[in-house]
Design a protein around this ligand. Structure first.
Ligand SMILES: Nc1ncnc2c1ncn2[C@@H]1O[C@H](COP(=O)(O)OP(=O)(O)OP(=O)(O)O)[C@@H](O)[C@H]1O
Length: 209
């Protein structure tokens, strides 16, 4: 599903990640690693936000050569999402839905299950951090992504929303075979969704069997 060839990411002269050759099969992965191990850097590189050395492929699509097609199939939710204050949650959803060629009304289930109806038409400047986080999760599920990257999704949201998120991951993986990379400091309910663990350590990524 995802393939790294001679991948390396540095900030200036500081090497953060080096993945020579690695193929990751479809699945739901918990990206586990200590503070500063490079979890966000890895997810943002895969999302296509950062320059890097080497290549990343999603199936046959090369991120560097087929960027538009690749990005349509890879969705990302930031650890601390920031959006324009003046747009409403619903306007933000409509922008993302258009960019990801989402089916009409796809967002309705997500808005209602996350219980966001009461404030979805309010400006984002009025949202709490938990409300912004929930919006970022809704955006990450729009369209028909092959891979969804969730950076620290368990932070900030309440227990009910966490249950909803686990349900969405399970449903989406079973229905569309969508893969997930979810980074988290907190223990993930690994048995529930049969998470596989990908350990980020010593600048490299290792899939644990
Ligand atoms: N924009 C940047 N410029 C320079 N160094 C950076 C930048 N972003 C991250 N780093 C460094 O890269 C390393 C990896 O950071 P990253 O945020 O990817 O780790 P993380 O595993 O997500 O950390 P955490 O669990 O604390 O969120 C850290 O040493 C960090 O200081």
């Amino acid at each position: 599903m995802l393939k790294f060839n001679s991948f390396a990411k540095s900030y200036g002269s500081h090497l953060i990640l080096k993945i020579d050759n690695l193929t990751i099969e479809r699945g739901v992965y918990w990206i586990k690693g200590a503070n500063g191990s490079g979890k966000s850097t890895l997810l943002k590189s895969i999302a296509g936000f950062f320059s890097f050395k080497g290549s990343i492929f999603l199936d046959e699509l090369n991120l560097k050569k087929d960027g538009v097609a690749y990005r349509k199939l890879v969705n990302f939710a930031d650890a601390e999402p920031v959006y324009p204050d003046f747009l409403t949650g619903y306007e933000m959803i409509k922008l993302f839905a258009a960019a990801k060629a989402a089916e009409r009304h796809q967002e309705e289930k997500y808005i209602s299950e996350m219980n966001m109806q009461a404030y979805i038409n309010n400006p984002l400047g009025t949202y709490s951090s938990g409300m912004l986080k929930k919006l970022s999760l809704v955006l990450a599920f729009l369209g028909k992504p092959k891979l969804i990257l969730l950076d620290e999704p368990l932070n900030t949201i309440d227990v009910e929303s966490l249950e909803v998120l686990y349900k969405w991951i399970e449903e989406k993986h079973l229905a569309d075979n969508t893969s997930f990379f979810l980074s988290s400091h907190q223990q993930v309910d690994v048995k529930r969704i049969l998470f596989k663990v990908a350990l980020l350590q010593d600048n490299s990524l290792k899939i644990e069997m």
